[in-house]
Design a protein around this ligand. Structure first.
Ligand code: ZN
Length: 217
């Protein structure tokens, strides 16, 4: 498989890191305790798809949820990045949806098993066109929103994150060497819910920074 390219940036996608329970209201709605350090999982590159694509509900699940998330694209190789240097390692930002087979995830949680299956199906990680970061974008104060068939289901702001974007980059880089083209899904605000065949889902970032529309097959 050839590497997929991040739309809007001239970068091939490498590892796809995701953060769980990074908004208090979302942790609460699923009856999860607040984390004391970031909860990290990965998605496979095969789960990536793009604006206008169709989302496939797998036969293995009857309860797939949308999770709208701000997504970071990493610009350069880094290990043990400090929070104050973290911004220099961001090439751009976009909006993405971390689709989750909630029924499979619930069973995995109860059994103490990994989340890879619940999070990793084909089309479970659509991403928008990315925009380069600049001084006019305040990463600590960006709105994110998701609507299903024109009805708003999720809205949040990056200021509500338990672990900031800079702290996530620093934390991940203490474990993994980060590379250009790595993506970080930074967690979802509250309002997650089931998707159905035929749904049209739109996610947007900031004041018209970028957006993503997908339909459920
Ligand atoms: Zn998520």
């Amino acid at each position: 498989m050839n590497d997929k390219i991040i739309p809007g940036l001239d970068l091939a996608i490498k590892s796809i890191y995701c953060i769980g329970r990074n908004y208090a209201e979302h942790a609460k709605e699923l009856n999860n305790p607040l984390p004391t350090s970031p909860i990290v999982f990965l998605k496979p590159q095969s789960s990536i798809c793009f604006d206008d694509d169709e989302i496939i509900i797998p036969t293995q699940s009857s309860d797939v949820h949308h999770e709208v998330e701000l997504v970071i694209a990493i610009s350069k190789k880094g290990k043990n990045i400090t929070e104050s240097d973290a911004i220099e390692h961001i090439e751009g930002i976009g909006i993405g949806i971390d689709f989750t087979a909630r029924d499979i995830q619930q069973k995995a949680k109860e059994a103490g098993h990994p989340w890879s299956v619940a999070k990793g199906f084909d089309t479970f990680a659509p991403i928008s066109r990315f925009v380069p970061v600049n001084k006019n974008i305040d990463l600590e104060n960006i709105d994110l929103e998701l609507s299903v068939n024109g009805v708003k289901r999720q809205s949040g702001n990056s200021s509500q994150m338990i672990f900031s974007i800079a702290s996530l980059i620093s934390y991940l880089s203490e474990i993994f060497t980060l590379y250009p083209g790595d993506l970080i899904f930074t967690g979802t605000p509250s309002g997650v819910s089931s998707i159905q065949s035929g749904d049209r889902i739109t996610a947007s970032l900031g004041k018209n920074l970028t957006s993503l529309t997908v339909t459920v097959k």
